[in-house]
Design a protein around this ligand. Sequence first.
Ligand code: FEO
Ligand code: CA
Ligand code: CA
Length: 748
Amino acid sequence: MSHHSDDSCNDSPNEHFHDVLERSSHTPLNRRNLIRGGIGLAALSSIPFLSACGGGGDDAATPGPGTPAETALGFDAIDKNLLDSVTLPAGYTYTVLHATGDRLVSSIPAYSNLGTETDEWTMRVGDHHDGMDIFYIDALGRYTNTDTGRAVLVVNHESSADSHFFHPTGQTSGGVTGKKFSQFGGWDLGVRPELEVLKEINHHGVSVAEVGKNGSGQWVYKLDSLYNRRVTGQSPMRIAGPAAHLADIRAFMVTKFDTTGATSRGTINNCGHGKTPWGTYLACEENWAAYFNMPQGSAPVDAKTSTSRQRYGVARTPIAGGATSAGSQGWFATATAATDDRFGRWDISAPGAGAAQDFRNEPNTFGFNVEIDPLTSGTPAKRVAMGRFAHEAAVCSIPVVGQPLAFYMGCDSQNEYIYKFVSTAVWSASDVGGGLAAGDKYLDEGKLYVAKFNVNGSGEWLELNIANPLISGYATYVFANQADVLVNARHAADALGATKMDRPEWGAVNPKNGEVYFTMTNNASRNVANADAANPRAYADSDGRARTGNPHGHIIRFKELAGASNALSFNWDIFLFGAEEDSGADINLSGLNAKNDFASPDGLWFSQATGICWIQTDDGAYTDVTNCMLLAAIPGTVGDGGAIAVNNNLGGSTGTQNTFLGAALGETRLRRFLVGTPGCEITGITESADGRTLFVNVQHPGESTPAYGAGPFTFQSQWPGNQGYGPTGRPRSATIVITRTDGGLIGL
Ligand code: FEO
Ligand code: CA
Ligand code: CA
């Protein structure tokens, strides 16, 4: 969507699999001859299959032909629509849990929704609700993974594309109001007011709010709970990593703030998330690169830093004419920035004698998974061993006692990669509740891999290790050491020849069999020549919102060899292709219809209680017809379909791409469950342990509202105020709570 900096920064000459295919004899694997659509549907059942979760074994939970392994969806699909409300199937209802600006403590005023707050937003719910998870609290105030009726809900607050909503009349710069950040490019910034900037920095990050049911049985958050907490763009962070390389890692993090590089400040642009088996939260830093600026008149950075920044989309040279880097929002441009580094740190030029005298290294302190213990005030840890890139989400393999843990991670930009971190430590259930100390055990020591998808339906995990001559001898970027490999993981993945994907968004692990799913949301730079088996479509969507490349996206899935978290190879197929119902047959390859068609899959999550695979969209290709949505799917298994040939046609070029597609789901196993508001994306989803409450985030409703002052002024959306939640007028991101009116399991 428009708030993404998803431009391709990947110019590496990695071989595209189209080229591999040209010289290979395409031999579908034998496993492709397995059941095709042979998985029967069980009768409607309220019994979830969680008990079938056998701990990641390869075959133990894989149904044989004809085995009625799946349950059926139990709701009537809703229609696409453009209403300014959240629509749900008959028999379902929702309430709003909290929305942008809601106070966490009663010592500050309730949110005005007029931009008149005078506090710095450090104890209000942030903006742009995104990834989230729920953590139950036991009688002693510790984490437990069983339902105690008392929990905290932890929510990422991604971006500030809508900062103009929480100032009186938009963002102010140089005394001029009415702008929104996307218009700063080319605009003389002048001076920005400190309070506006602090509100903008602090509405980023993560919120922790205690939640529970009130006397009416309705889920609410608890004002003034001692668990309520904000982690913001300014909160202290610990730089953590493998012991053998920690000193080298911290050398990359040296700034005027901490000349040892042991700590940094803040987390921003937290998109997807992860929940660890020991009960902590991973906030993933996605489009952090855009927030920094090289002011006019500053000197270009050195050649190596420039090569590093180029690969991450960070400003390298000053922009002429007084404008800022796109997206920087001018946080560096307050009157006090020269003496107050809360603002000065967003200026990444190098005026000092060395890195300890300025903030040239500030961008090196972002791009990580940030581990937060939701039940303590411990300093969050940036887990450098998991690599630095545009982290979308981090999803854990099914934990098996005595086996390593794997975390699967996407890097969300065009033509970026899928990564896997495998812990050195093997899982011990006694670490549940171990907090950040357990994180030190599992997330600092391990191996980082990147995925390569082969044309024959197999795949490989390639380790990002300086010992590999492909990395140590890489000419484009010369790595100093293994710390450099982790901090510049995108360059290392280029060197290894990883597969360039169609924007990897969320991943999810099927709790039934450990198979891993990833959304590829879309890719405007995919074309006939660079299409490959894992990213096979290149076409023009000329209907309504016209897009080219792979505009509707797809969902890929893979099964680790022998189901092992530390496997070095896997088998894959494509679970679903997004499409519009009237797209041509070579585009609508999954046979979607009016009840289940979608575009740009983004959020992805499996219910532990029901096994349903939930798919959320963040779309720009189909929003002439429908707002973004949430769909429910009952998946099969990798290899339940077969080999197909995709006929591509784009820009006068045609070509055929061979790939593998899972068994068609049909309307029985794929249905639209929710449609959001104009301008929003649907993102972030979790559930109560009993599967009878679903928490879903509606992010940036009304995102396409024009700048103030362009009157007559109207908001694209007025949700949730128009549904009776909070002050009316401006749109607000929010967490909603979905239940069935009969109290049943969600989706079945
Ligand atoms: Fe923040 Fe890639 O969505
Ligand atoms: Ca379209
Ligand atoms: Ca996302």
